[in-house]
Design a binder for this molecule. Structure first.
Ligand SMILES: Cc1cc2nc3c(=O)[nH]c(=O)nc-3n(C[C@H](O)[C@H](O)[C@H](O)COP(=O)(O)OP(=O)(O)OC[C@H]3O[C@@H](n4cnc5c(N)ncnc54)[C@H](O)[C@@H]3O)c2cc1C
Length: 374
């Protein structure tokens, strides 16, 4: 281990000194914030500090749904939150996707406008008959798009699923390649002259009049401004309605003659699956053990893996042989409220955290809003 006070003149000058903005976390939010700050302050020295050798939270582990709202999830949300708040967050997601695609090229991240289907199990209660009309009138009003939502149960029957009574389509949702997205964002930061130092964990920080001191195991670094984008790991820096939430996922081996292409939500968004070429990526089941999944620890549990596997066997591929290749998990940041926390706590320090399960959609817009706070 090499401490900061053992670094060379060149290393100190290049990497440690004169940092105008230190961003903590190299996920979607951290990188987007750095990019928008650089656009706003072209001569600023901007450095991202990332604790892992890769981003180690949710941004490289997610399902790659470019989504902004499925009917049963929106219905569920409307029972628990104010209508204004729900549509404000909906708009943030929709605009967020446009912001994301202003930073990265759709083709390079393998974006597919494949649509999404929200599946309803036979034993689940349906949304009210006029709810799709309500959603379409709102989307018409807010995003100027007509007939975004429709009942598409007949077409969805051709996918070979079993046990679902309804399928509601959102024609504007799609999928992308999460790995390529992070690579493209990273390339953009490099192009703009933003540095990323991997393997540095921020332990704590203290503010003084002229600067902020960052305490790490390698020693102390200083910066003029600090932006914390550590999402599910921000608890130790911020007293807020924010908890870590683990999400477990698995992927099949390639399947011959896979019958569908698209993104699918089930059980008010608690389960989701999609094809990646001829494999299926599927995740969910956090609602089976909210308490146990409120953790910063990566890992999988038999209870949740079994429930995902069961859904795959019984309902998604009931007549097709398949094998699971492997599983993984990621850590999200969630709260009672579904909206992100974007705030400056004083002149020098700001937070952009609590992206929930929609960080692909809102992450870049959150970065833009954070940059505009300075
Ligand atoms: C399995 C799964 C599936 C998902 N599917 C989707 C989806 O299909 N569509 C969608 O829109 N969203 C999805 N999400 C949510 C989405 O991935 C997140 O909302 C988004 O990636 C959050 O980005 P972020 O930059 O805020 O946080 P993160 O990507 O978690 O980045 C935070 C970074 O901070 C670093 N860090 C933490 N603490 C410190 C510290 N003290 N010092 C230095 N670095 C630190 C971490 O290592 C991490 O790299 C999913 C999430 C998971 C886990």
């Amino acid at each position: 281990m090499l401490f900061f006070n053992e670094l060379s003149f060149w290393e100190r000058k290049e990497y440690l000194n004169g940092i105008d903005f230190a961003i903590i976390g190299s996920g979607i939010v951290g990188m987007s914030t750095a990019i928008f700050l650089k656009k706003r302050f072209p001569s600023a020295k901007i450095t991202i500090l990332e604790r892992g050798y890769l981003p180690t939270g949710a941004s490289t582990k997610n399902a790659g749904f470019a989504c902004f709202g499925s009917p049963t999830e929106l219905f569920d949300d409307l029972q628990k939150n104010s209508e204004d708040k729900i549509w404000e967050t909906f708009l943030l997601r929709y605009q967020g996707l446009q912001t994301l695609f202003s930073l990265v090229d759709k083709e390079r991240v393998n974006y597919k406008p494949c649509a999404s289907w929200d599946l309803l199990a036979k034993n689940q209660s349906d949304i009210p008959v006029d709810f799709i009309d309500y959603l379409n009138s709102k989307t018409n009003l807010f995003i100027k798009e007509s007939d975004v939502y429709s009942d598409d149960s007949l077409f969805a029957n051709s996918f070979g699923f079993k046990g679902f009574q309804k399928a509601y389509k959102n024609r504007l949702e799609g999928s992308l390649d999460t790995g390529k997205l992070i690579t493209e964002l990273y390339k953009k930061t490099v192009e703009l002259g933003i540095q990323t130092l991997f393997g540095i964990n921020l332990e704590s920080y203290t503010e003084a009049k002229q600067e902020v001191s960052l305490n790490t195991i390698f020693g102390e670094m200083k910066c003029a401004h600090l932006v914390i984008c550590t999402n599910g790991f921000a608890n130790k820096f911020l007293d807020a309605d924010l908890q870590p939430a683990r999400a477990q996922v698995m992927i099949t081996k390639p399947i011959q003659d896979l019958k569908f292409e698209g993104t699918f939500h089930f059980d008010a968004g608690y389960y989701y699956f999609r094809n990646i070429e001829n494999r299926i990526l599927i995740g969910g089941g956090r609602n089976l053990n909210f308490k146990g999944e409120t953790t910063e620890k990566f890992g999988t549990t038999d209870q949740i893996q079994d429930s995902i596997l069961n859904l795959l066997k019984e309902n998604i591929l009931p007549t097709t042989a398949f094998e699971i290749d492997y599983s993984w998990s990621g850590i999200m940041g969630v709260g009672q409220e579904k909206s992100p926390i974007i705030k400056k706590v004083n002149n020098r320090v700001a937070f952009g955290v609590r992206m929930g399960g929609m960080g692909l959609a809102i992450g870049s817009e959150v970065g833009k809003k954070l940059a505009n706070l300075f």
